[in-house]
Write a protein that binds this ligand. Structure first.
Ligand code: ADP
Ligand code: MG
Length: 263
């Protein structure tokens, strides 16, 4: 990407977690329109196993659509998206398998309100992955402990704070054993005092080597946890670089303008 910039020396190992290997996710010339409104233009993007890629861009630049295309909540008009070299499946059992491999955490936590925390987390592993219930429960308890909510297994979503609900949503995504986690503004609906508890969990996941594509306006997180920043503007990738490169020396007027508004 930057031939003047060695990519596999220790000092620069953040540019690409595994530069030699095939990417876990590859988007090639992806175009997407809603009606006659084109939202994504020729998007080329690789995410390697273990990498944390943070997508930045103004509202309406196409960040959510890009995420939704990666787990096929949206179809694309042209180009290709592959997971481990295999094109995303269109439907059926294969699509269910894809959804199990690509977890998504949304701004609105989307928990099932009439189910307990434990049921929320075990539902898909049992129904979709065919995991025996006892095993799913055991795993769910481990995951709840990991997100700091061991004591909330029997609570209902309405009894939890927003930050706690979002941590349950992360545990639920992890319960499927995903290879990639997509986060679409996971802290945007949270009160300020709850943002940190969610970001802390995400930083920990990143440190443990989880592959993550993250849309966020939390620039502290982006600086700290991202291996790479991708800046979208009106459906096009305008810049990509390390946090140091992007925040330290944005290359385009658009990126400078974006940063001046958000920082
Ligand atoms: P971002 O997440 O960066 O704010 P989005 O991906 O949500 O951007 O939206 C990009 C553009 O696509 C916006 O103009 C938005 O109005 C439009 N858009 C998103 N989803 C739909 C949809 N389901 N139908 C029509 N237009 C949509
Ligand atoms: Mg969005």
């Amino acid at each position: 990407m930057r031939p003047d910039h060695p990519t596999n020396t220790p000092a620069d190992s953040t540019t690409d977690a595994n530069p030699g290997a095939d990417p876990l996710v590859r988007l090639t010339k992806v175009n997407k329109s809603f009606g006659d409104h084109q939202v994504l233009f020729d998007i080329d993007l690789d995410v390697h196993a273990g990498e944390v890629v943070v997508l930045l861009g103004a509202s309406g630049s196409g960040k959510s659509t890009l995420c939704r295309c990666v787990n096929r909540l949206e179809t694309i008009d042209s180009g290709s998206i592959t997971l481990d070299g295999v094109p995303l499946p269109a439907e059926g059992r294969e699509l269910a398998r894809l959804r199990a491999q690509v977890g998504m955490v949304f701004q609105s936590f989307n928990l099932f309100g009439h189910k307990s925390v434990l049921e929320n987390i075990t539902l898909a592993p049992v129904r979709v992955n065919g995991v025996p219930r006892e095993q799913a429960v055991e795993r769910a308890r481990e995951l709840l402990a990991r997100v700091g909510l061991a004591e909330k297994a029997d609570a209902y979503p309405a009894e939890l704070s927003g930050g706690q609900q979002q941590r349950v949503a992360i545990a639920r995504a992890l319960a499927m054993g995903p290879r990639l986690l997509l986060f679409d503004e996971p802290t945007s609906a949270l009160d300020p005092e709850m943002i940190k508890e969610v970001l802390d969990v995400m930083v920990e996941l990143a440190a443990e080597g989880m592959t993550m594509l993250v849309v966020t306006h939390e620039m502290g997180f982006a600086r700290r946890a991202a291996d790479r920043i991708v800046f979208l503007d009106q459906g096009r990738i305008l810049e990509t670089g390390t946090p140091q490169e992007f925040f330290g020396a944005p290359q385009t007027e658009r990126a400078r303008d974006f940063l001046s508004k958000i920082l």
